[in-house]
Design a protein around this ligand. Structure first.
Ligand code: ASP
Length: 579
């Protein structure tokens, strides 16, 4: 045996480590019976499976084992007879012969075939997740995740970051999502909150002199679940002092590139950067998928003074859909409805033909306009050009959404294209009271060139917030934080947060800042999403050991569940009838 972390007092080797190098040796392996085939009355072939893979054991005589029995098999490593080598198995050239089989535990017939992924209903898988986890794919995914975590930790340690654990029972945090609350037994009628992120704790660590903090942190948000969102998720969370944006981008890039290298075997050369304004202009989204083209083109200048009534709008944005000319009329109608659903007044389409365009709007076009449409993104006959005429940002967003829906390759399709998106707007729209809403969180530092605009045109203020995006998925966000009381008060004022409210919600942080807050900045990115992309999985549930379903249920434990009256009483809780 080469390394021997595999050997224990019960076994000599993992199943898949047995190879021709061991021929002639007597070895013990342990695992589950994956398959059993009788060969006449006196010979049985049993596949033994453990976390590494499978080895075949040839058993003389009868042995009463069934699938999923837990066994220890001691046998002699032998070459398989000619003609029976199995190329699909790493152990396909060998088998264990003259076997002694000990049954360590019996098992009932499993509710689904553990070798076959394709046809198993996910509900059944989740109800018996412990069995599902035995399958090769889940073993691979969770081991990949462990490798990624190890690489991230190593990268952070190497860059001088200190791992600090922060509390799970905490006070409200400023991310603005709905929070999970935990009733206090000792404090009648009061509640803890499960942290949406360690945001405030990590900023306090900077005041506490830690200088570089990180944590593989669990975050909890009571928001609707989606393919890329669970109630609880894991972030690589970090914060550093005496830094600016560029330093954080570099720390995070190092960690992500290291993780990519261990996960894929290749280190991406760099991570591109683009501003939020550029991302919206070219891709119509703040998380651009750079794996494919179909970038948005601006035809506003071409259509100044046009005869096409539908195009008398401030912005005319166009997008080429390769081979889209073959879309049926009903598909084009459905696309138009979709665009309207997204807020556009309409969607114009133009099939590119060998000598012109095919579209109901063709007869209104000038030669110059038709020419411009035919040249969009180097369009060729057989392509389709879609146009949205509207306010600038709306036109970008509508085509951006259609671009993703029409063009996104599956998650499993490479390459991995990372991009930093910087200079996010400080505020996104207005709330019901007419106050701007913080796009990131209220401790984000405005762009230094835009501080003046805070009073006059808050929606035009850029922030020092940045996102990391991979193949159209937002991996994470961060920002340079406000460490100066004057700027912080100004931001609170713009957000409509009164000094009393600020004191009430974040008093302990603002109080701490009075004792010397270093300039600091940070970031957090979702490990579930990163690993899902590395594993080529569309849903993050596939890289989480015990996930919740779309409706927030844990099918295995039955959570959430009611609790006994005695426990409710202790917590000073009373269920409301009919609620
Ligand atoms: N706490 C933020 C988040 O979870 C990340 C950060 O600003 O560091 O999105």
């Amino acid at each position: 045996m080469s390394t021997n972390y595999e050997a224990t007092s019960l076994r000599d080797s993992l199943c898949a480590s047995v190879s021709v190098a061991h021929v002639g040796q007597r070895l013990a392996v342990c695992g589950w019976v994956a398959k059993r085939r009788e060969h006449g009355e006196h010979l049985a072939f049993i596949d033994i499976r453990d976390r590494s893979g499978v080895i075949q054991a040839v058993v003389d005589g009868t042995v009463d084992v069934r699938n999923e029995y837990v066994v220890r098999v001691t046998g002699t490593v032998s070459r398989r007879p000619e003609g029976t080598v199995n190329d699909k198995l790493t152990t396909g050239e060998v088998e264990l012969t003259e076997c002694m089989v000990e049954i360590l535990a019996t098992a009932e017939a499993p509710p689904f075939q553990l070798d076959d992924r394709v046809d198993i209903d996910e509900q059944v898988r989740l109800r018996h997740r412990y069995l599902d986890l035995r399958r090769e794919q889940m073993q691979k995914n969770l081991r990949l995740r462990a490798k990624v975590n190890a690489a991230l930790r190593a990268a952070m340690d190497r860059q001088g970051f200190c791992e600090v654990e922060t509390p799970l029972l905490w006070a409200p945090t400023p991310e603005g999502s709905r929070e999970f609350v935990v009733p206090s037994r000792l404090h009648h009628g009061e509640f803890y909150v499960l942290p949406q992120s360690p945001q405030i704790a990590k900023q306090l660590l900077m005041v506490g002199g830690f200088d570089r903090y990180y944590q593989i942190a669990r975050c909890m948000r009571d928001e609707d679940l989606r393919a890329d969102r669970q109630f609880e998720f894991t972030q690589l969370d970090l914060e550093a002092s005496f830094v600016s944006q560029i330093d954080i981008l570099e720390f995070v890039s190092q960690a992500v590139l290291d993780a990519a290298e261990v996960a894929t075997g290749e280190r991406p050369s760099t991570i591109d950067t683009m501003t939020w304004a550029e991302a919206m202009n070219r891709y119509g989204v703040d998380k651009p998928d750079l794996r494919f083209g179909m970038t948005l083109q601006d035809l506003s200048d071409v259509f100044v003074g046009t005869e096409v009534k539908a195009f008398s709008a401030p912005t005319i944005k166009a997008m080429r859909v390769p081979q889209g000319a073959e879309f049926t009329r009903s598909r084009l109608d459905a696309l138009t409805d979709r665009a309207k659903g997204l807020g556009a007044k309409g969607l114009a389409w133009f099939r590119i033909t060998a000598d012109g365009v095919d579209s109901p709007l063709d007869r209104f076009l000038s030669d110059h306009e038709r020419d411009a449409i035919r040249r969009v993104d180097d369009a060729q006959p057989g392509d389709l050009v879609l146009i949205v005429a509207d306010d600038y940002l709306l036109a970008c967003k509508v085509l951006g959404a259609l671009r993703v829906e029409l063009g996104s390759p599956p998650v499993s399709q490479g390459p991995h294209r990372y991009v930093w998106v910087t200079e996010f707007p400080m505020y996104e729209g207005l709330d019901d009271d007419g106050n701007p809403v913080a796009a990131h969180h209220p401790f984000t530092m405005p762009h230094p060139d835009d501080i003046e605009l805070m009073a006059t045109d808050p929606l035009a203020v850029r922030s020092q917030a940045y996102d990391l995006v991979l193949n159209g998925w937002e991996l994470g966000s961060g920002s340079v934080r406000i460490h100066r009381a004057d700027i912080q008060s100004q931001v609170f004022a713009t957000l409509g947060i009164t000094p009393e409210e600020a004191e009430n919600r974040f008093g302990f942080l603002l109080g701490a800042f009075k004792y010397g807050a270093p300039p600091h900045a940070g970031f957090a990115f979702g490990i579930d999403r990163l690993v899902a992309i590395f594993a080529g999985e569309e849903n993050i549930r596939e890289v989480i050991a015990f996930p919740k379903t779309q409706s927030g249920a844990d099918l295995m434990t039955g959570a959430p569940k009611s609790i006994p009256d005695k426990q409710l009483k202790e917590l000073h809780l009373k269920p409301v009838k009919g609620a």
